[in-house]
Design a protein around this ligand. Sequence first.
Ligand code: SF4
Length: 270
Amino acid sequence: MQQPKHAMEIFQLLDKSNCRQCGEKTCLAFAGAVFRGQRRMSECPTLDPGIVARYEANPDSPDDSEQNPDEYLKRLKSEILGIDLAQAAERAGARLVGNRLTLEVLGKEFSVDADGNLFTGIHINPWVAVPLLTYLLYGQGRPVTGNWVSFRELKDGAERYPLFRKRCEEPMKRVADLHTGLFDDMVHIFNGNQVQKQFESDIAVVLHPLPKVPLMVCYWLPEDGLQSSLNLFFDDTADSNLDIGSIFTLGVGLAQMFQKLAQRHGFANA
Ligand code: SF4
């Protein structure tokens, strides 16, 4: 299978009619989505099947971002080289000083230079790095509205929701059920904001994994024969400011981080 070196290589193969039959607004947007592993070449009905076959060996293979995060990260870094940093800073709610963009991820400062290198005072996990670079490269920068929706209500969220529930909401709920006090402390150490009154629950906090992609965690303790529950909510602009794959990655990464923190505090079964 031939691997495209950059999004423009895919763009050159398209007929550039911006016909929208693939569901993207432009051929360029489609090329970027294919390069990031979110769309398949075969979804463009005007592409020659021979070209599709050259680039697309197995239609059932998972996204590159999950299958090979290091390679995917390398590709994203190479794309940063070609962007206008000042425009990206404005869209992303970041500061631009010299050739470095700086923004806050869960209350910690992260910087990205013009070569796509990441800088921060803590270890950089791929579950942060991939969404962060994708956000800078492709986020539309729409202002947050404050209208909260579930993951399944986001564009392309419905089909991924069963897996999101299994890998994000359920493990996070398990930590909250087993170690409620610790979970309460953990969600609040990441500069969480209070939620609006109508969303108040036993533990409720708004986190900012990226400046324009807030995420609200609501946990309800068991009560009157009802089981506990935990749900994540996103601003209804989240799917414009970040792709659904990266939103998934952030949620799952957060859940894994809470599990690890609980284990580090001596809770082996977190
Ligand atoms: S269907 Fe193909 S030609 Fe039409 S907009 Fe999408 S990528 Fe471009």
